[in-house]
Write a protein that binds this ligand. Sequence first.
Ligand SMILES: [Zn+2]
Length: 482
Amino acid sequence: MYLYNSASRRKEEFVPNHPDIVKMYTCGPTVYHFAHIGNLRSYIMEDVLEKFLRYEGYHVKRVMNITDVGHLASDADTGEDKMLQGARREHKSVMDIAAFYTNAFFADCDKLHIKRPDVVEPATSCISDYINIISTLMEKEYAYVSGGNVYFDTSKLERYYIFNDHDAEDLAVGVREGVEEDKNKRNKNDFVLWFTQSKFEDQALKWDSPWGVGYPGWHIECSGISMKHLGEDLDIHCGGIDNAFPHHTNEIAQSEAFLGHKWCNYWMHVLHLNTNSGKMSKSKGEFLTVSLLEEKGYDPLAYRLFCLQSHYRKALVFSWENLDNAQGTYNKLIARIAALTPDGSVDQDVFQAQREKFRKALGNDLNTSLGITALYDVLKAPASSATKLALLEDFDQVLGLGLLEKAAAKREADAKIPASAQSAGGIVITGEGDPDIDALVLQRAQAKKEKNFQEADRIREELKARGIEVVDTKEGASWRRI
Ligand SMILES: [Zn+2]
């Protein structure tokens, strides 16, 4: 497969370091609040990547951190720890906040059919790993102590910027974030590895270290957790585009300085979800969560479809109107699948040809919108329903749209709608309110009851020709137009 690599700014053929396993790392959420649907767009697209790799036959080991300490209000190490903000906002302890929002995050992921990574590690459980890395960085003189904190010295690197061409001044932290510069830093882009002197006296979680009691910086978590579970090399590191600088840039700096060799081969960054007024954030405008979508009557999987309809490297504009369209498309798609009854056998030639189209789309830098087109091509194909259903099930391993489950649920729900009911001799017919059709369906049910299967089949064919589908129920039968 081909994947765009943010580090080389090119689409590259994906070749893992070890042929039998793909090592994948994802930056996880900072669990001080609910995730907004913009954050979740990244997790949806990363989920598609993981599932496609598995679909292609790779074994994947995927690791994700949960940031429960050290992520300050600004990504540039200034402001207050976000966890502390959350705790104060809700009058709870930092640990309670972390537990609550970690659960909330995975509940959202479940609703969006985002698979849980193989390893999920809270930042607070790997303190000794960070201390080990920082100690080595101190020994190698990539790190220094200043004003009580331990900083990474970016001037020691041959190349610091990986994901952008801007010069140091342009991206200077103070300028970028509009906050006061940290005078303890030797260079503007140096970053904190370990805090001991914090202006926030009430930092809840602290640990002993060779540099004094304190807590780790945000960036060191991901290097520590990745190396703990995946070793010294990584195939794919992913995250939202906001993470490229400074977070991922700093992860590379400290990891490669520590290891003395290249760390990660492919970097995948998912673009923003924008609203008409700009980038979506927790502080701006309506705080869009999965729960809010549900309250407004949307299926979270319609949001997943909305994300899949466009490419992950393009900014996506969210509006209620756009989501309405996605929900409408999703409903129609499910209705079309629900109308398929598994008859005939799977035509292997058709199956393989359609599958190849899908693989080609996804294998070209995860072109999910073409993947969705391939899905519609299946529905339109002159093939048996059994072939179509087999293909839909196959594609959905990657797309995660719950196609067959939702279609089955729709059939069941439709069968229960007593739009018009006609009963005779203990047989109950339900349908869409057309007495003529009711009568025909009843005739068929009676024929079946009398074991006159020839007549029952004849009526079924007649109904089919009129665009009517009949489903046998415990009480008799139900019908609907297809
Ligand atoms: Zn990270």
